[in-house]
Design a binder for this molecule. Structure first.
Ligand code: SAM
Length: 425
């Protein structure tokens, strides 16, 4: 059975910004003509911040009492009628996996409607439930290819965006200032369509941040409690305010970036760093790790930083710094040969070798007995363009018969591969 456990999450919940800008806004500060008309949610007052449930009418009809057998007549059962509301959502996925991302999340809810691509890997969705609701659905579905979402509560044309010279006159700023607590730090996450030179993104972002700071808010890019997301498309600005936990990733567009350090051996190291950050594993100091396909040694270095002793296996040589490290044992040869010659057990086994899906899954299944109790495997499953979602799901099902599949994601540092974390039962 495929079992996917929940990774630790930051538990931030708030629904304060869960609305669309109504079409006839009476807010005197809002640039009405700059807002693309959106269907109005029943019960939503312009300029207000409707809570979840607004627009849901509960009606109980009591005229009928039920049939002769005492079964309630349909008309006596309370009915919930959901008002028509449209939530616009900007989503992000990797350019190689746009189709897979679409296929994956369209299966989550029938209320989802894909509208269009705004850029490579950036799309616009519509649904008839709130942003918070769709965020919970996406989280529970543990989607592999969807990286990031934000609610496009404000859609403003380029022309109208430029018309406004004073930041405080934007409706989203006005709404933010009248609803967000000054105790809650904010962050601005602004992205623009690739190759666009129309707007100076840094300048726009700085202007918004400077204004909010001037009126008493604090900016905290690493630990924000409110995120103002902006996507500058070809013709419109898409702007939304939400909680980091709702966006599926706290990073802009879901892109985690690490700076190269002097001791970074390879950029591959970032993949393992991101995996361990996304799904923290309790690795005991002095524990043992096996790194299959280790050269030049980025992952080995990350494992050393976790306080582990590492057996690094590769047919090509490791970085000299690692060869000189007493906590590293280097096996110069093929992974299969190492596994035949040694019977050592490990707390964690990692594998970043290029193999097709079938060989990779077979190899990983074969190393189960090399793990200590509760031990983990982290590996990258390399995907070819012809590898469809079904094939990935079959592989996960196969792995799930042997391990607990605790994490599956296309991470920011993955290209044509996904990262999988397994735990020995
Ligand atoms: C993507 S690189 C690994 C990069 C590494 N994770 C790092 O952070 O530096 C893949 C490595 O797998 C090695 N490799 C491929 N097949 C192998 C095999 N059957 N046995 C051992 N190493 C193998 C290659 O030599 C290559 O160095």
């Amino acid at each position: 059975m495929l079992r996917i456990a929940t990774p630790p999450q930051r538990g931030i919940r708030s629904r304060a910004f869960n609305h669309e800008v109504p079409r006839k806004c009476t807010n005197k500060f809002a640039p009405h003509d700059s807002v693309i008309p959106l269907p109005r949610a029943e019960g939503v007052d312009c300029g207000g911040f409707p809570q979840d449930g607004v627009g849901v009418k509960r009606t109980t009809r009591t005229a009928q009492t039920g049939d002769r057998k005492g079964r309630p007549n349909k008309k006596t059962v309370p009915t919930h009628r959901k008002a028509t509301m449209t939530t616009k959502i900007i989503f992000t996925c990797h350019e190689f996996f746009c189709d897979a991302a679409l296929q994956e999340f369209m299966s989550v809810s029938t209320s989802l409607k894909f509208i269009k691509w705004l850029d490579v890997g950036v799309g616009l969705l519509e649904c008839e439930v709130t942003f918070s609701e769709i965020s919970v659905l996406f989280k529970n579905a543990k989607l592999i290819f969807l990286r990031h979402i934000f609610p496009a509560q404000y859609v403003i044309s380029h022309k109208n965006f430029q018309k406004i010279s004073d930041v405080q006159d934007y409706a989203f700023i006005k709404d933010f200032a009248s609803n967000a607590s000054k105790q809650e730090p904010f962050s601005i996450q602004l992205r623009a369509v690739r190759g666009s030179a129309t707007h100076n993104s840094t300048e726009i972002s700085r202007k918004i941040a400077d204004h909010l700071k001037a009126v008493g808010y604090t900016e905290d890019k690493r630990h924000p409690e409110n995120i103002i997301s902006v996507f500058i498309g070809e013709t419109n600005f898409y702007i939304g305010i939400s909680k980091p936990g709702e966006n599926l990733s706290i990073w802009s567009g879901g892109m985690r970036r690490y700076a190269m350090r002097d001791d970074t051996i390879s950029r591959s190291a970032f993949k393992l760093m991101e995996a361990l950050e996304s799904y923290p594993i309790d690795l005991r100091e002095g524990g043992r790790a096996l790194d299959l396909g280790a050269a030049p040694g980025g992952w080995t270095n990350v494992l050393l930083e976790q306080g582990l002793h590492v057996v690094a296996v590769d047919t090509v040589s490791l970085d000299p710094v690692l060869l000189a490290n007493k906590k590293v044992e280097y096996f110069n040869g093929r992974a299969h040969d190492y596994l035949k010659t040694s019977s050592k057990k490990f707390d964690i086994i990692v594998n970043d070798m290029s193999m097709n899906i079938v060989s990779s899954v077979r190899l990983v299944c074969s190393i189960k007995n090399r793990l200590g109790d509760g031990g983990h495997v982290i590996f990258t499953l390399k995907l070819k363009s012809q590898d469809k979602l079904d094939k990935i799901k079959d592989s996960l099902a196969q792995l799930g018969r042997i391990f607990d599949v605790v994490f599956v994601k296309h991470l920011s540092h993955n290209r044509s591969e996904i990262t999988i974390i397994l735990q020995k039962r």
